[in-house]
Design a protein around this ligand. Structure first.
Ligand SMILES: [Zn+2]
Length: 193
């Protein structure tokens, strides 16, 4: 079951090259807004200390699901010998409006629509864009975007862990990062086992 979910979640790691900005937060926030078309007017911290930007007040269930996903990520990273950048406060997560709430099979699956880029012409391509469960926004600082959920919070934890895998690999094992960053050539999540 978990494997099925993993296959269904297309958590892309399209690298949006950061425009050099003296204000990193504004740079990251600007990119997140550009990718999603949302305005992230709220900023909060999770109980464990991760940085959250959101469109509206995130639910307690969203926030604790994010912390759970990061906990899972840190545990599996350590198991693989990756110890850099494993602090909750190292992570910035944007909670965007979902562009769809159900996948083509009718399953609850809040996702964001993003430009197809390297996925153009693949099975994921919906006509210039693809639906993604999450997407990496930047590596320094580390940030990614996910869609707001109102249920199935285990999926939120999974997406957080999966997007986080790209960030952990980037800072701990650049070669493995490169080999796994682009899912259009195959491969999915989890990467770390
Ligand atoms: Zn991915």
């Amino acid at each position: 079951m978990r494997k099925q979910i993993a296959a269904r979640i297309l958590a892309t790691a399209m690298v949006i090259l950061a425009a050099v900005s003296s204000n990193w937060a504004q740079g990251s926030l600007g990119k997140a807004q550009q990718v999603t078309g949302d305005r992230f007017g709220l900023s909060v911290r999770t109980r464990a200390g991760a940085n959250i930007y959101s469109v509206r007040q995130p639910s307690a269930a969203m926030l604790s699901a994010i912390d759970r996903g990061l906990s899972d990520l840190f545990a599996v990273a350590r198991k693989n010998g990756y110890n850099r950048r494993l602090n909750y406060s190292d992570y910035t997560i944007y909670i965007a409006n979902a562009d769809r709430n159900r996948d083509s099979a009718g399953t609850y699956s809040p996702d964001i629509a993003v430009g197809a880029a390297q996925y153009a012409g693949t099975e994921y391509d919906k006509g210039g864009y693809i639906y993604a469960a999450g997407m990496v926004i930047g590596f320094s600082p580390m940030s990614f975007v996910i869609a707001e959920h109102t249920k199935d919070f285990n999926r939120v934890s999974d997406v957080v862990r999966y997007e986080g895998e790209h960030l952990v690999l980037y800072h701990n094992d650049r070669r493995r990062y490169s080999e796994t960053a682009d899912h259009s050539r195959g491969g999915g999540h989890p990467i770390l086992k």
